[in-house]
Design a protein around this ligand. Structure first.
Ligand code: FES
Ligand SMILES: [Fe+2]
Length: 330
C-alpha cells in the first residue's frame, strides 16, 4: 500500500481550510482523514490549529463530534476536555483541579496553517510546506476554493496536474482544443521558490474563461510554468500578455490509497473588481473534468516506471515519479 510508506508520514498535507475551524467565538472541531488515520483538528487557546488522533483517550469517542470553547476541546461522551498541545485539563467525573492520569493527554501531531489551508504532518517533519511567495505580495489576492474529495489516488492526481498532453482531450468543455494535442518539447529546470518543472507557451480556448483571463477573444495566449514539490503539490503559473498573472497551487492529499482531498488555491494580480467566485468558476470546471477522468482510472499509479509506457510529453511526471519513488523507498 502506498500510504503505508513511513516516509510519507513525515511530509505536510493540506486537509482543510482554515475557515473550516470556525470563527472566534464559534470554533468547531473537524474530523479529517490522512494516510488512513482519522484526526481531529481544532483551534487551540493560542489561536493555532491543534491536531490529534480522532479518538478520546478515555473510551475512544470521536472527538470531532465534540465542542470547542476558549480553545479547549470537550469530548461529547464524558466531557473530558483538552487544551493546547492536547493536554487534558479537565475530567469532570473527578472534579475540577484534580490530577488527571498521564495517559489522558492527547498525542498531538504537527499542524500549521498556510495559504488559508490547515496542513498536518503525522510524523516528525522532514519536508516543508511549499513556498508561494505571491502570498506575501499585496498586489496579489488569494482565493481559496474549498476542499473536495476525489475517489482517486493522490499519485494519479499529481501525475495528471504535471501533464499537459491531456489538455486537448480531457478539457474539451473548458479550454481544450485540437491544437493542444501535440506537446512541445519539455525541458525540466529549477523554477522560482524551490519548484522544479518546466515552462511552455500555449494558445488555449477562452470561450468560458473570460472572467479568468480578463480577455474576451476565442483563444488566449498563456506563458506558463508547471512545477512539482514533493510529495503531491503542483504549482501552475499562468502569465497573460496583459500582465495578468494567475497562479494555481494544486494539492492532492491521500486520505487512503485511492481516495484523496483535492483543493486548489489561486493568486491573481488583478484589480480585485471581479468577485472571487466568478474567477474560480472556470478553474472549478477544469478540475471537474480532471476528476471525471481520474475517477474512472482504477488503483494507484505504479511508481515503478517500467509498469507503464511514457513518452517525451510525460517527462515531468516521470521525474516526479522518480522522486516520489526515491522518497518512499528511503
Ligand atoms: S470517551 Fe471521551 S470522555 Fe469518555
Ligand atoms: Fe487537467
Amino acid at each position: 500500500m502506498l500510504i503505508e510508506h513511513e516516509a510519507l508520514r513525515h511530509q505536510w498535507y493540506p486537509v482543510a481550510e482554515s475557515t473550516d475551524l470556525g470563527i472566534p467565538g464559534a470554533e468547531t472541531p473537524i474530523g479529517v482523514k490522512l494516510l488512513g488515520e482519522d484526526y481531529v483538528v481544532w483551534r487551540g487557546p493560542d489561536g493555532r490549529a491543534v491536531a490529534a488522533p480522532d479518538r478520546c483517550t478515555h473510551r475512544e469517542s470521536p472527538l470531532s463530534i465534540g465542542t470547542v470553547a476558549d480553545g479547549c476541546l470537550t469530548c461529547p461522551y464524558h466531557g473530558w476536555t483538552f487544551g493546547s498541545e492536547g493536554t487534558c485539563v479537565l475530567v469532570p467525573s473527578s472534579g475540577e483541579g484534580k490530577p488527571v492520569p498521564p495517559k489522558a493527554h492527547l498525542p498531538t501531531i504537527e499542524a500549521r496553517e498556510a495559504y488559508g489551508l490547515v496542513w498536518l504532518c503525522p510524523g516528525e517533519p522532514h519536508g516543508d510546506i511549499p513556498t508561494i511567495s505571491y502570498d506575501e505580495n499585496p498586489e496579489y489576492r488569494r482565493i481559496n476554493t474549498g476542499v473536495d474529495v476525489w475517489k482517486t489516488s493522490a499519485t494519479r492526481m499529481t501525475d495528471n496536474f504535471l501533464d499537459i498532453a491531456h489538455f486537448g482531450w480531457v478539457h474539451r468543455g473548458t479550454f481544450g482544443r485540437d491544437e493542444l494535442f501535440e506537446v512541445p518539447k519539455i525541458d525540466l529546470d529549477e523554477l522560482d521558490d524551490g519548484w522544479y518543472g518546466y515552462a511552455y507557451e500555449v494558445e488555449v480556448g477562452n470561450d468560458q474563461g473570460a472572467q479568468s483571463s480578463g480577455q474576451t477573444g476565442d483563444t488566449v495566449h498563456r506563458r506558463m510554468t508547471t512545477g512539482m514539490h514533493l510529495p503531491f503539490s503542483v504549482r501552475s503559473t499562468i502569465h497573460y500578455e496583459t500582465g495578468l498573472d494567475h497562479i494555481i497551487l494544486l494539492c492532492s492529499t491521500p486520505i487512503d490509497d485511492t481516495t484523496s482531498y483535492f483543493t486548489f488555491v489561486v493568486w491573481r494580480n488583478d484589480d480585485f473588481s471581479v468577485p472571487a467566485e466568478e474567477i474560480i468558476t472556470f478553474d472549478r470546471a477544469i478540475g471537474a473534468e480532471d476528476k471525471f477522468m481520474l475517477e474512472r482510472v482504477p488503483g494507484v499509479l505504479p511508481l515503478d516506471q517500467q509498469a507503464t509506457a511514457s513518452v517525451q510529453a510525460d517527462k515531468a511526471s516521470v521525474e516526479w515519479r522518480r522522486r516520489i519513488a526515491a522518497l518512499v523507498n528511503t
